[in-house]
Design a protein around this ligand. Structure first.
Ligand code: PXG
Length: 289
């Protein structure tokens, strides 16, 4: 595997970050997870824009332009012969001292890994997936805004460990008031009476790029798509439920906290979205080659 690290393409063994990097010491940095389908980068510009927006929010000046960053992403894919894959683009605060002050970190570090990912077992993409609600609440937007895709994912990791303890692949997270927020690495949708609902960004969730795509596809398919706050009661009594994320793609949820959702199978709206997503992802995007 060839990795991009601070202006150079190096081997995996050579791709090393300083122990004084504040990305390591404090989780001070931002990242993107990006997909390649059929030799094209899925929603490339939106991922690059989100990376720079997150960097701006934490006053991290990325030392290369968006255009140069796009070229880093594409060239890392080319060097690894990626046709279908998962790309991790990371910008850390860079090397500093043992104090947390970012003033002492003169230059951010940039790295890019182009590899593959399979988040959930293959059969769950057909049959649907069980999830549980985590006791761990999602970060409040007034503390560290979940719109910042930062290197500190402990909030989500703690929830993921609750999923592990329950023997399911993913955990649902609520906001501080008990409103449904999102999962540890995916956004949530429910379907009731043929209307598709998803929580609004302002409650404190990541503005997911797959979420945006699913909303657009839902509307194109003729469904009403509504951003609205809802509770666990609404999830348990939904006709259908599904998750979206770059790593997860789109996947049906058929059981939440041991309540069967709908008839316990991927429902018609979810199935239509999943198919539309596959088709869209395989025929759109920025050419790698
Ligand atoms: N919510 C959160 C908290 C995320 O981290 C999404 C939603 C989906 O957003 P996109 O833009 O990808 O549609 C994410 C993205 C993993 C993993 O291993 C998941 C993400 C990032 C890194 C790793 O599950 N998720």
């Amino acid at each position: 595997m060839v990795i991009y690290l601070d202006g150079k393409f190096v081997s995996e063994d050579e791709a090393k970050i300083s122990v004084f990097d504040h990305g390591v010491l404090y989780g001070d940095g931002v990242f993107e997870g990006i997909r390649a389908y059929n030799s094209r980068i899925f929603r490339c510009e939106e991922h690059i824009d989100r990376l720079y927006a997150a960097a701006k929010a934490i006053m991290l000046n990325i030392p290369i332009s968006k255009q140069e960053m796009t070229e880093v992403l594409l060239e890392t894919c080319r060097k690894n012969n990626i046709k279908d894959g998962y790309i991790r683009l990371v910008v850390t605060r860079g090397k500093g001292d043992l104090g947390l002050n970012p003033k002492n970190c003169p230059s951010p570090s940039i790295f890019c890994i182009a590899a593959t990912i399979q988040l959930y077992p293959e059969e769950m993409y057909i049959k649907g997936m069980p999830i549980v609600t985590a006791a761990q609440r999602r970060n409040k937007a007034t503390i560290v805004d979940p719109q910042i895709k930062s290197l500190n994912y402990l909030n989500n990791i703690l929830a993921k460990m609750e999923a592990n303890r329950a023997g399911v692949p993913e955990a649902l997270m609520l906001d501080h008031d008990g409103i449904v927020a999102e999962c540890t690495g995916d956004n949530i949708f429910i379907v009731k009476d043929n209307v598709i609902y998803t929580p609004p960004i302002h409650i404190g969730i990541l503005d997911g790029i797959t979420r945006r795509t699913a909303m657009e596809l839902g509307e194109k398919l003729g469904y009403k798509v509504v951003e609205k706050e809802f509770t666990l009661f609404n999830v348990y009594n939904a006709d259908e439920c599904f998750l979206t994320g770059t790593a997860a793609e789109a996947i049906a949820v058929t059981n939440v906290d041991e309540r069967v959702i709908g008839d316990g199978q991927a429902g018609p709206v979810t199935t239509a979205i999943l198919h539309a997503f596959k088709e869209y992802a395989n025929s759109n995007g920025t050419d790698i080659y």
